[in-house]
Each structure stands twice: as C-alpha cells, then as structure tokens.
Ligand binder design. Structure first.
Ligand code: AHR
Length: 840
C-alpha cells in the first residue's frame, strides 16, 4: 500500500513538473498571504529644466526671452572666439584638479525677438542702465527714427506659438517710452505665422511717453487657430522704447493659475497619478559652477523681477516656474513635494566647484529657509512670506534631498551637517542622501538613499535580483532617476519593457524600495539634450512614449500589498551585455595620469611582450580628459587572450586611476567600447562599463577591491578575456569577474488591491514571441469575469512619435477565464495587467 502511495505521489509530482515545464511562466499566487505593503508614495515624477521641459514646455509662458535676460553672462564667464560660453575655472571636488567647461551660446543679440522693418529706420540693443527691476536689469532699447512705415517687434515663441480659437491670452508689458510721434498707441497682435502674415487676434494699448516705466495688462482673444504662430507689437513711429518685460500667457492654464502651467502638458503629468514631485533637479540644482546653481529665493515674487539663471543644459531658465509655482503644482496634482537642495557643490561633470568650509552654513540656511517657506508657521520669516503670497496653510513638502549626485568625502561631511540641522527643526521630513545602494560609513543617519540608473535594456532585464541582498534594516531606497536610454533609438518599446521589468522588481521589493521616478520627464521636440525622455512636447502637441504608458499602468494599478508568489520561469535569452567582440584595447585613465610598463599579451600560451609604452605608443586625447595609450595596433583581442602589465597611478590620479578599454573597432577616438575602471574617483571601486562615442556611459557591473591602488608603487595587473566574460586580478587578488549568464525576459508581480477587492497580476513579456503563463490562485473565491489591460507593440523597436502618438497605447478588455487555475497567453512585446475580484 505504502509503495502504491509513493508511486502515486511521484506521478503527481512528475505531472506537475512536466505541466510547469510546458509553460514559459508558472505562478502560484497565495491570495491569503500579505507580503510587503506597496507604499502610496511609490510612483512619482521628477521635473528638471532640461530639454526645454519648462521653458516652452510645462510652464505656460508663450514668449521666449520675455525679460531680455537671455544674453546675461553668469558672473566670471566669457564668450570664447569659438562663440561658446566658457565658465571660469574651478577646483573640482572629485578630481581635485582645475576644471572649466563650454556651453551652447546664441550669437543673436536678443534671442527670440526680431524687429521687422528696414534697419535704417531704427537701432536696437540690450541695455541695463536705470533698469525697471534691479534683479532683472536687462531691457531692449529701441530707437526709432522718423519713418513712414510702422515697425513691429516680434517674438517667435518657443519654436512657434499655438493659438486656439475662442481662447483668451493675457499680455503683460513693462515699457518706458519717450518722444513718440503721432498716435501714442501700440497694437499687440497674435499672428498665425511670421511677420504679421495673418492676425488671429489683436488689441490696442494706449502708451504714456513720459520717459518712466509703465505696466500694461490686456487680454486678447484668438479668432482662429494657429499652430506655429508668432506675437508682434506694432509701434506707432518715432520715439524711444525700452521693453523690459513682455509676457503672454493662456488664461486657461492648469487649475486656472496665473503664471501657471500649460494645461495639456500638466494633464499628462496628472494622468501619471504622481504621489510626489522631485524638483528642481538634477544637475540644475548644482549648476555649472556655484554662482550659477539654482537659487530658490530668487524664484519668488513678481515673475518680471526674477533674474533667471543660465541653465547647465544650454539655455536660460527664467525662474518663471519657481518654488511657489512648484509647490502650487504639487497641490494641484495632489502630490507631495520633494525639494532638492544645493550643498555648496556644483556639478562634478561640469566645474565641480565647491564652497569653502566656512560657507557651508550659508547653504544650510538656504535649505532651512526653503523648508520654512513651505511648511513653517506663518509667524516665521519665510512662513510669513508664504502667507503674504496668499497661502497661509503649509504646502505638502515631505522630502528633502541633500544634494544631487554629489559623492565622496567632501559630500559626506556636508551631508551630516545638513542632516543634523534639518532633522533638528523638522523631524517629520524624510531626508534623502545621494549615496547609492552602498551607503557610506561616514554618513551618520540616512533615511533614504537615491541611486540613479540609466541603463541599456539588459541592465534592467539582467538584474532582477538587484535589491535582494540589500540590508533590510538599512536606509530605505528612492530610485530618483532611472531610464533605459542606451541603444533604444529615441525610446522604443524594448526600453519600455525593460523599465516594466525593473518596476516588477521594485514592487516585489517594496519593503525597502519606497519611491521611484523616471528621468528626464520632458523633451521639447526642438531640444534633446538627453538621449531619451518620457513626454514629448511641441508648441501645439504633447505625447507620451511607450515608457510613459508603462509608468501610467504601474502607477494606476498600484496594489495595496504584495501577495506571496512562487514562480517558475523558463529562461531563454543570453545576456547581451557581455559578448566579447574582437577589438583593439587601450590603457589610460580619466582626467589624470598613469604609467604603464611591461605589457604582455598571452595568446595560445604564447607570451608576447608589447612595445614599451613610452617608446612607441601615442598619447591620444579622447572624450575630453581621457588620455589613453593605444597599444596593440597589430591584432585584435580574442576570447582566451590574457593581458598582463604593470601600472602606477599618477599622484594626481584623476577620476579613475586605471582604465582598460576593449572592444575598440578602430584606433580612433569617439567610438563605442567597453572598459574596466579601477579606483573611480580615487577610491577602491572597480567597475565594468560600456560607453558610446557620444560620451554616454552605463554601468555593467560595480564592485570594490579590498584596497585602494597606491600611487607610490607599481601594481601587477592581469586581465583575462573570455568569449563571454572578463576577469581582472590586481597584485594577485581578483578584483572583478563577470561571466555571461542566461537571463530571461519574462517578469511578474502580484498583489491585492484592498480598495476594489481585486487580485492584480502584472506580466511582462519582452520576447518577440508569445509566451504562455499558467496562473494558480490559492484559497479564495475568484470572480470569473475580470479584465485585461495591455500595452503591446508589433516590434520591440516600435516607438510613438508625433505622427502616431498612440501607436503604442494601453487597451482594456474583459477577460472571463479567471479561476483558481488558468492559462494566459502573453503576446510578444507586451505588458499585461490582469485584474479580477476575489474574496479573501
Ligand atoms: O536626468 C538628467 C541628469 O542625469 C540629471 O540632471 C542628473 O542628476 C543625472 O546625471
């Protein structure tokens, strides 16, 4: 009898196993379980002024360079013979060396504006004498001579202006006029195209020409539509005109706020249901140098008096979307606010300037004042300011991030000072550190860390366990910036699928990952400073890439808590991130100096000494500061090759003490390759990275050597190349080893929505074939009729664009085969959400 039972049992096991084997994915979901709660805060957005995200994008202002400040140089900067803007030189906190940078700079005297009329009739220049607002002193001085033809001052908007029939626009002008001949009035025109081609709306303004500044406010209603229109002011004739500020806003902004957001763009953000908004950056917080960092106090008050700042992304931030506007926007969205403060450090990739120790207190005060403005009592200085601005109630500020992407000992010291000062006064706030997933030992208290990940698709597909070994008692995690933006065109479905895969990982680790925000949020169709961005904006349209819909689906279908799930997944894909391609190799470092000697290549047990570096190899400059010895000109590296050499980092080691570059197609600069870096930022980290010729770098693997390389001695390095991996040994110790392994492209997360009483299952299939899923739901009454919400595309390379903005768009349909055991076919290239009611 016992034997029979055993045989029966083995048969059941065999049949269950063989059944499981038929499916690409089998999930056993325990409906009675209650795993980690999914925080309400999980899905938010991160706004930064990059790619004209605000200027010409979310921010409602329709005119470019409304304050005539766009050509104001940051103090100490100059325009070079190359026509570019050059920063001053400053000591970089990462390298310890002097750095400066150069940036796009318009060669137009007053960008955005032109005078239509014969040049002999007028002179025009930007002036600052006797300004209207000392804080924003530039104005356009127009001297019109006796002339027959009236002249017009025209603005092209941000690559065209959209007018909508029946909609009203608010015009605000600050003007100082003198000696006007003839009729003292100006005609403001909303034009359908350049130079008054067709007027879709107009209004006359009576001018005072007493030589004093006057403000004029009128409303103009458009009588017809225009998509790439302009704005112009026709001037009566002879006289001098100083235009300090000309602003045009739709009356119909998001939530009807004056100085508010463009409604259609803001509604795209709203449709993501963000729980929080991170602001104002990003590198924007830090600035190119300290005097061009983001200064929130200067963003308050009358928009006409705000100075703005030259943005590290190559144009001017008018400060129109200032701190108050940000906090109002959070309120309108029903989101919490996260303010990122500057810690007296500018962007490490720009000058990397940092303040003197004695000035740190000023930066701490700047952060404390920002908090006081948002949530301080109305009896306080800044709380009172807020009340006088019409908002006595506190704003929903809940998070402060201490710096953006600042690292190393200088940051950590400051972090502690900021943490203590802020926590002492505002214990209720969550404070976020820039440390990645390996928080520094120096930081005394950390509420949350903010790692950033910009990856290739396999960077997300290949790391489903990235949070598994994270210390459950360590600081919580906020993934403040992430995106798949390498090798995915301008953002295709494959990228979106890899992000969906990442988010299933995030959800399954909701006990430690509490917040996440994609980056960057916006791109204007005429300004792509970053390779891939979530929402695209033009003067008359706004659309989401497929990644946008992934964000929306995950946020909209957030569970209350995770359900325990046992999964069997058939893996099918090789990790592409590391297949050795025959290529040249090079040795060098980044931003500093290093010496190499005794370079050997061992191939098929044959040991060849390569020519002595100093004698026969060239120093080549590549990617700004990367000085590289090119070594092996004759042949390309192959799997099985071993390179051995001795290296000594220079005392002034640069960002990385050693770089071993391989996969170079050509002995030339600016190309894709991969590299092994030791001593990044002069510590003992080791990493394997990829980079494109355009300078973008992604991490394949990070590690740490036991010790930092000493600059005093020669180190013996051995690099073993394999077809599917790489191994590096320094002074006899293995410091990094990477082996191709099999990964899968099917992902899941499962949870319960307490509000609707539904089980919610998220499935990602990033294969170009359909995959079968078998799902078992344990222990509950399951409603047969539920629904499927799905995002899919025919090809993983498909993208949404302005000609077909909904090529990839979520669809919902009923699904009536839910039961305690059911099959579901996941279409190729798809994200699927299954929902049905069930009793617990
Ligand atoms: O999101 C774009 C940039 O990426 C951010 O400004 C910076 O924080 C990161 O390096």
């Amino acid at each position: 009898m016992r034997t029979n039972i055993t045989i029966l049992f083995l048969c059941i096991i065999a049949s269950v196993t063989s059944q499981a084997r038929q499916y690409d994915m089998s999930l056993k979901i325990d409906l009675l379980s209650h795993k980690a709660d999914i925080p309400q805060s999980l899905y938010g957005v991160f706004f930064e002024e990059i790619n004209h995200a605000g200027e010409g994008g979310l921010y409602g202002e329709m005119l470019q360079n409304r304050s005539f400040e766009d050509k104001t140089l940051p103090e100490g900067y100059s325009v070079g013979d190359d026509g570019r803007l050059w920063s001053y030189e400053a000591r970089n906190y990462g390298t310890g060396r002097m750095h400066k940078g150069n940036y796009n700079w318009s060669n137009l005297p007053y960008p955005g504006w032109h005078v239509s009329g014969s040049q002999s009739q007028y002179s025009a220049s930007i002036m600052t004498e006797a300004p209207n607002f000392v804080t924003a002193p530039s104005y356009l001085h127009l001297d019109i001579k006796e002339s027959a033809e009236p002249l017009s001052l025209c603005n092209e908007g941000f690559w065209g202006i959209r007018y909508e029939r029946g909609k009203t626009y608010r015009l605000r002008i600050w003007l100082r006029a003198k000696g006007i001949s003839g009729q003292k009035s100006l005609e403001a025109r909303l034009c359908s195209s350049n130079d008054n081609a067709a007027i879709v709306g107009s209004a006359n303004i009576k001018l005072t020409d007493d030589g004093a500044w006057h403000e004029y406010n009128i409303e103009i209603t458009a009588q017809s539509d225009a998509t790439s229109g302009t704005f112009s002011m026709t001037l009566p004739g002879k006289g001098t005109y100083d235009f300090d500020y000309v602003s045009l806003f739709p009356k119909d902004t998001y939530h009807g706020r004056p100085n508010g957001m463009r409604r259609d763009v803001a509604e795209m953000v709203e449709a993501l249901h963000p729980a929080f908004v991170r602001w104002p950056g990003g590198c924007e917080v830090e600035g190119i140098s300290l005097n061009n960092r983001f200064e929130w106090r200067k963003t308050l008050g009358d928009p006409a008096a705000r100075p703005g700042v030259f943005d590290g992304w190559g144009y001017r931030n008018s400060y129109g979307f200032g701190y108050k506007e940000f906090l109002d926007f959070c309120e309108d969205l029903g989101a919490k606010a996260m303010f990122v403060c500057n810690v007296g450090m500018s962007c490490i990739g720009r000058t990397g300037e940092y303040s003197a120790e004695g000035d740190i207190q000023l930066y701490i005060q700047e952060a404390l004042d920002a908090i006081e403005y948002a949530i301080g009592d109305t009896t306080t200085v800044w709380g009172g300011y807020r009340a006088r601005e019409g908002h006595p109630a506190p704003y929903p500020l809940a998070y402060i991030e201490i710096g953006n992407e600042n690292f190393g000992p200088i940051y950590e010291h400051r972090y502690n000072l900021f943490y203590d000062a802020i926590k002492k006064r505002y214990p209720e706030l969550t404070l976020i550190s820039n440390d990645g997933m390996q928080p520094s030992q120096e930081a005394q208290h950390i509420d949350m860390v903010d790692p950033h990940w910009y990856e290739k698709p396999d960077g997300f597909f290949g790391n489903p366990t990235r949070f598994d070994n994270y210390d459950r008692n360590g600081p919580k995690i906020y993934v403040g910036e992430y995106a798949c933006n390498n090798g995915v065109g301008t953002g295709n479905m494959f990228a979106a699928l890899s992000e969906a895969a990442f988010l299933t990982t995030v959800e399954r680790n909701a006990d430690v990952v509490k917040m996440a925000s994609y980056a960057p949020l916006f791109e204007h169709e005429h300004d792509r400073a970053w390779p891939v961005n979530l929402i695209w904006i033009s003067s008359d349209k706004v659309m989401g890439r497929s990644s946008y819909y992934v964000q929306q689906l995950f946020s909209k279908h957030r569970f209350s808590y995770n359900l325990a799930t046992k999964a069997m997944i058939k893996p099918e894909t090789k990790r592409e991130a590391f297949l050795l391609e025959p290529g040249y190799f090079a040795l060098g470092n980044f931003g500093g100096e290093a010496a190499y000697r005794n370079v050997h290549m061992i191939r098929n047990r044959h040991d060849m000494q390569l020519p002595d570096v100093t004698d026969s190899c060239q120093w080549t400059t590549m990617h700004n500061n990367l000085r590289t010895y090119y070594l092996w000109h004759g042949d390309k590296l192959k799997g099985g090759d071993v390179i051995e050499f001795e290296m000594k980092p220079g005392k002034d080691g640069g960002d990385e003490m050693m770089r071993f570059i391989f996969d170079l197609n050509d002995i030339d600069v600016n190309q894709s390759a991969r590299m092994l870096c030791i001593g990044q930022r002069n510590d003992n980290s080791v990493s394997l990275k990829g980079f494109y010729g355009d300078n973008s770098v992604w991490n394949i693997l990070d590690g740490k050597a036991d010790e930092q390389l000493s600059a005093e001695e020669w180190h013996k390095v051995r690099v073993e190349m394999h077809e599917d991996g790489i191994c590096c040994v320094v002074d006899g110790k293995e410091v990094l080893s990477f082996q191709t392994n099999i990964i899968n492209r099917k992902f899941y997360s499962a949870g319960y929505d307490e509000e609707t009483g539904e089980v919610v299952i998220k499935l990602v299939n990033a294969n170009e074939r359909k995959c079968t899923a078998h799902i078992e739901l344990n222990g509950s009454q399951i409603e047969r009729n539920g629904r499927v919400i799905q995002l899919r595309s025919a090809s993983p390379l498909d993208e949404n664009d302005f000609s077909n903005p909904k090529r990839i768009y979520p669809e919902e349909r009923p699904f009536n085969r839910f039961s305690s055991s059911f099959d579901y076919i996941m279409p190729s290239n798809s994200v699927t959400i299954l929902r049905t009611k069930c009793r617990k």
